[in-house]
Design a protein around this ligand. Structure first.
Ligand SMILES: [Zn+2]
Ligand SMILES: [Zn+2]
Length: 343
């Protein structure tokens, strides 16, 4: 089969590899669309240590089942499916509690570390356990289905954040995840959702996707603006999707006493945190990692347009052009959000 292989750091090649053979509990999926994740771009140069070459990356994918292992009962060849990026064991303490994203033996499709190597979906075929697959509605195009994984990250984070009807929510960082978080927060009942970013184009997109108001933190005192909009109190919750000291501080400064800051962005390994302000204002800090069973909800929300993904897709391109798209994303070409490759 044809595959886009990370042969060495910053080197992607189209290669011919043997088609994987599905184990008895696995599906062999013919990939029709696979999104390039920020984590793939960060892994591509070796900086995260989670894409040890040689590896086929790609975990935001959808396709058609080619064949099923002998023990698979609930899927058949020809079914349209997507699958979770997380491969969980189903047996450990966390899996038994339904917290599959915290599985002690968690592996991720298209990721390789010293502990495991799971070939991903920038390829004609991938084999995945049937338990992580979900059927797709007929009306959902494959490139849209490739964004379910990212949507699940957003919906998971929102589900961990206390949001009551008419609450005011701040989303810090209006990139891919932030724009999905903003839509998920509206769906969760937030009365007003403010989006913050450094890029006016993204903020314009945020408004078109339902943000009540937007602030460019390059030229605005965002916390002061949020206080002014909330009778001096601050927002009920903030969801931080950037992942470094300044935006986390902004999120903390934007919430009211007793508010929640949910941390999704994960870039700087450590940050500086104003301890006193967090403790004395009784702020709840909530980490959020990947997703944990939100796929069916996201499939439904995207399918009925409650979460819009089309505006987040910058390009759909053949997998043969993958190396150049990775390069453009790596060089942070302005205006690019999700790039979806078609094997
Ligand atoms: Zn991802
Ligand atoms: Zn487990």
């Amino acid at each position: 089969m044809k595959a886009l292989l990370l042969s060495a750091y910053k080197q992607l090649d189209i290669v011919d590899l043997p088609t994987p053979k599905p184990a008895e509990d696995e599906l062999l999926i013919r990939i029709r669309a696979c999104g390039i994740c920020g984590s793939d771009v960060h892994g591509y140069d070796g900086s995260t240590g989670r894409r040890l070459p040689p590896i086929i990356m790609g975990h935001e994918a959808a396709g058609i089942i080619e064949s099923v292992g002998s023990a698979v009962r609930n899927f058949r060849a020809g079914d349209r499916v997507t699958f979770d990026s997380t491969v969980y064991c189903g047996k450990c303490f966390y899996c038994l509690r339904g917290q599959i994203n915290l599985c002690d033996s968690r592996e991720v499709i298209g990721v390789s570390t010293p502990a495991f190597r799971r070939m991903g979906a920038f390829a004609e075929f991938v084999a995945v356990p049937a338990r992580i697959a979900y059927p797709l509605p007929d009306n959902m195009p494959y490139p849209h289905a490739a964004l379910i994984e990212a949507a699940s990250v957003a919906v998971h984070a929102v589900s961990l954040t206390p949001i009551a009807p008419d609450d005011t929510v701040v989303v810090v960082g209006a990139g891919m995840i932030g724009l999905l978080v903003l839509q998920a927060a509206r769906q969760a009942g937030a009365g007003r959702v403010f989006a913050v970013d450094l890029d006016d184009t993204r903020l314009e997109l945020a408004r078109s996707l339902g943000a009540t108001g937007t602030f460019n933190s390059r030229n605005t005192d965002v916390a002061a603006q949020i206080l002014a909009q909330t009778m001096g109190r601050g927002a009920d919750a903030a969801l931080e999707c950037a992942g470094s000291t300044i935006p986390v501080k902004l999120a903390l400064d934007s919430v009211r006493k007793g508010g929640t800051v949910t941390l999704i962005g994960n870039v700087a390994p450590t940050i500086e945190l104003s301890l006193q302000s967090t403790v004395t204002r009784q702020i709840r800090l909530q980490g959020s990692c990947a997703s944990s069973g939100e796929y069916p909800v996201c499939i439904s929300m995207i399918s009925r347009g409650a979460i819009q993904v089309e505006p987040l897709i910058s390009a759909v391109a053949p997998v043969e052009d993958g190396a150049s798209w990775f390069h453009r994303l790596y060089e942070r070409e302005p205006g690019l959000l999700k790039v979806v490759l078609e094997p």
